[in-house]
Unconditional design. Structure first.
Length: 248
């Protein structure tokens, strides 16, 4: 199937896209603290939607009237310059959400969102969100907490790029990723399977792929990380010692 920007609707031809059961919403961190009544009302207005690899979920400047809750797959949020240079803002996976700012302000999309692989999302329209949020104040508070968390993530990324050299940016990226994952350690080591490619890491950290590869090799040579199949075994103590690197 050719790559395009039209989503594939699950259940098309069989009564349309499927309605979301409340139990599926509760597994998302943003919705986990909502009351059963709030979950049920939101779920009534959400449908499942699918995209193939490389398909555009939305483009910068598009009308913002939907939020997407990722069930499976990965979505890349990017900005591109007129000369084709791309910056990866975030790569999102299962139980993440995107497009949520549009539910609050209704402004056009501020970035491109592309399915990095086959992706399925629950879709919530702005009109439904507003109607339910007016009756259920816990929904508004959940969204406020989520947006605050996103702002902190953005501040962390901007601080890393502005204030630290590349190796330190990579160390901070690894430690930050580990902090948001369950601890599956082996002695003093923690196992990390990155959900992004080395090319995506280079875009996130604002460096070329060869320089990122060199930074990884440096961390391997000093014993801070080592490869374990498709994963990395990370010495958190060693990475922490390396974290406060020299400013650029």
């Amino acid at each position: 199937m050719a790559t395009g920007d039209r989503p594939l609707f699950k259940g098309a031809g069989h009564g349309g896209p499927q309605r979301a059961p409340p139990s599926r919403l509760q597994s998302f961190p943003i919705f986990s603290a909502l009351s059963a009544e709030s979950l049920a009302e939101l779920a009534q207005g959400m449908r499942e939607q699918q995209w193939g690899p490389g398909q555009l979920v939305f483009a910068r400047g598009d009308a913002g009237d939907q939020m997407f809750a990722i069930l499976s797959g990965r979505v890349r949020l990017t900005l591109s310059s007129a000369r084709g240079r791309e910056i990866v803002l975030r790569t999102l996976g299962p139980l993440d959400i995107l497009g949520e700012m549009a539910l609050i302000d209704g402004e056009p999309r501020s970035a491109d969102a592309t399915a990095a692989e086959a992706t399925s999302c629950l879709v919530l329209h702005r009109a439904r969100f507003e109607a339910v949020a007016q009756r259920r104040p816990d929904i508004g508070m959940a969204m406020a907490r989520h947006l605050c968390s996103n702002l902190r993530e953005t501040n962390f990324q901007m601080e890393s790029i502005a204030l630290y050299d590349l190796q330190t940016r990579l160390v901070r990226f690894l430690l930050h990723t580990l902090a948001h994952m369950p601890d599956t350690g082996q002695g003093n080591l923690r196992r990390l399977t990155l959900s992004v490619s080395q090319a995506e890491v280079s875009a996130i950290l604002g460096a070329s792929r060869p320089k990122i590869s060199q930074a990884f090799q440096t961390l391997i040579s000093v014993g801070a990380i080592r490869r374990d199949g498709d994963a990395l075994l990370c010495d958190v103590a060693a990475l922490t010692d390396l974290c406060e690197g020299p400013a650029d």
